[in-house]
Each structure stands twice: as structure tokens, then as C-alpha cells.
Ligand binder design. Structure first.
Ligand SMILES: [Zn+2]
Length: 303
């Protein structure tokens, strides 16, 4: 099944907030949140979490990576639930300790709120992004016991970013892969999400494929269960390889001209895609990064 709406996914596991910018909630004696979406959606996420947990509080919040649309409401959550412990990779923690990164995250969340208004998402908070402290550094591959019979393991899955961690709950075969897998778009288009390293992205996808998850949570728009989980992992590999071939072709034709290559990719991939879709500025930023990554890969010295 491909789930594109918020609510229950399986026993004790939920999408909270809009599925386009989700927070995932694993309920149990020590409830866990995964990612913290947009700042402006803080009250909406909070209401969704309280509806499921009642008087109980989430114990942990784990980040997949430090992008603004995955950590935006973390400061808000920490105010709502002061005992909440935040965990992320060492690299993610380093990024979040930089004033320049926090400024960018604040600015992008402010812009993001404007896009949410256009998309008709309500209610929205106008409060700015709040910085916060992280409490736990996730050691990739190290198992953590959440409660008797329920464990969580963070997996190093770079490619989208270098600070990326996916979260595996083996007892339920749930994988919070976020943007380590491709993004499913409303017209069925599969948007590859490698930004910084194409080959690392494929290696991460192989690692994910070998886990054979029963529930695969993407970064935006969809959760895949049953056979659709495996299908989406294979589709993510296919989309990455097709993107590589397409972009290499444009780069050769344009002799490495970034602007012309980016607009060729955009014409093929984004222009005719129906709304709601990733806003043009964010799409262009990511596309430029992907094209740059492929150009650097094409010009790597052969050893
Ligand atoms: Zn991201």
C-alpha cells in the first residue's frame, strides 16, 4: 500500500501532520518522534501527537538529517515537552551548532511558511524557528532498547546529505528512511534525492534493500507498506540511475554549462509536474546541487 495521508500506518506507528512534511510517531512505553518538519507546523504536530499520546509525553526525537524541513519544530517540541531527548548523528550535531546554519534554517522556515499558506495548510504558527540543544549522538549500527522487546538502530545512509541516519525498528520491520530513498510525487514521478554523493546514495539504497522493510517511510509525501516498500526501493535505484544518465547526457551536450544543464533537467522533470510540488526555488537549489555532484563525478581522476 502507498499511504499519502496522515494517521495510523500500523499498530503503534503513525504519520502526524501533513504527509508532505511528516513527523513519524512510534508509540510504546517510551514514545519516539522521528523528524520535526516545518517550524510553522509546530502546533499542528503537537495537536496530532497529543491526540495519540493523551497525557503521556514523547521520550525521544531523532533526526534523519539537519535540513530545515526535518528539524523545524524541534525547539517548539522541547518547549511543549521539556523532558524530550533529541538525538542525531555527530555531523548533524556539528551543523546544528553553527550560527550560520541556524540562520539559514530560520530563514528557510520563514519562507516555507509562505508556501504552506499557498498550499492551504492550517493552522500555522508565525513564531520563528527556535534553536535547541541535542542530547544524544547516534552511533550508527548500535542498537538501542526503547522498551522490552522494542529496539531501534540508526544506520549510516549518506547520499542525500553526509549527516544522514535512517532508523530501523527490526521487531516491526519499520524503516524511517526519509530522503535516503526517492520522493514519490503526486503524478507518480519518482524524484531521486541524492544531493552530495551519487555512489553513496546507491550504496545506502542497497543497505536499505537488504533490510527488506515491511514499512518504508520516505521523507515526504508517502509511506510504503508490504510489496510497495520493496517496489519503491527498486524504483529509487532506477530513478537515480536514469537521472545520472540523463544529466550526464545534458552536461556533455552543454560542455559542462551549469545553468543550461539545470534548465534542461528542469524542463524534463519539473515544468509539467502538477501542483502541489516542491517550490521552484527549492527545486532549483537541489537540482543545481545534483548536477554539480554528477559533473564532479564525471571529472574524477581515473585511478
Ligand atoms: Zn533533505
Amino acid at each position: 500500500m502507498i499511504i499519502t495521508k496522515s494517521g495510523k500506518i500500523t499498530d503503534g506507528f503513525y504519520i502526524v501532520g501533513p504527509a508532505a512534511v511528516p513527523v513519524y510517531l512510534l508509540d510504546g512505553p517510551a514514545p519516539v518522534l522521528f523528524d520535526a518538519g516545518f517550524t510553522a507546523l509546530g502546533p499542528l504536530y503537537e495537536a496530532g501527537i497529543r491526540e495519540i499520546l493523551g497525557d503521556r509525553s514523547p521520550e525521544y526525537l531523532f533526526f534523519t538529517h539537519s535540513h530545515f524541513d526535518h528539524i523545524g519544530a524541534a525547539g517548539y517540541f522541547k518547549q511543549a515537552w521539556p523532558g524530550l531527548k533529541i538525538g542525531c548523528s555527530r555531523r548533524c550535531r556539528e551543523i546544528l551548532s553553527k550560527e550560520s546554519a541556524l540562520r539559514l534554517i530560520r530563514e528557510l522556515n520563514r519562507e516555507g511558511a509562505g508556501n504552506l499558506i499557498k498550499m492551504g495548510v492550517r493552522p500555522l504558527s508565525e513564531a520563528p524557528f527556535e534553536p535547541f540543544d541535542t542530547d544524544i549522538v547516534i552511533q550508527p549500527g548500535k542498537m538501542m532498547e526503547l522498551s522490552p522487546g522494542l529496539t531501534l538502530t540508526g544506520l549510516d545512509t549518506p547520499g542525500h546529505t553526509r549527516d544522514f541516519i535512517s532508523y530501523w525498528i527490526p521487531e516491526k520491520r519499520i524503516l524511517i528512511a526519509s530522503e535516503a530513498v526517492a520522493c514519490y510525487q503526486n503524478n507518480g514521478y519518482i524524484q531521486t534525492e541524492f544531493l552530495v554523493d551519487f555512489d553513496a546514495c546507491l550504496d545506502s539504497l542497497m543497505k536499505i534493500k537488504n533490510l527488506d522493510p515491511a514499512v518504508l517511510c520516505a521523507g515526504h509525501n508517502a509511506v510504503f507498506t508490504g510489496e510497495d516498500a520493496g517496489r519503491h526501493i527498486r524504483a529509487s535505484v532506477g530513478a537515480a540511475n536514469r537521472y545520472l544518465a540523463m544529466t550526464e547526457g545534458f552536461l556533455k551536450k552543454e560542455k559542462g554549462d551549469m545553468d543550461r544543464t539545470v534548465s534542461s533537467v528542469k524542463a524534463l522533470e519539473w515544468d509539467d509536474r502538477p501542483w502541489p510540488k516542491q517550490p521552484e526555488s527549492a527545486y532549483l537549489l537541489n537540482t543545481r546541487q545534483r548536477v554539480k555532484t554528477i559533473w564532479a563525478r564525471m571529472n574524477q581522476p581515473v585511478l
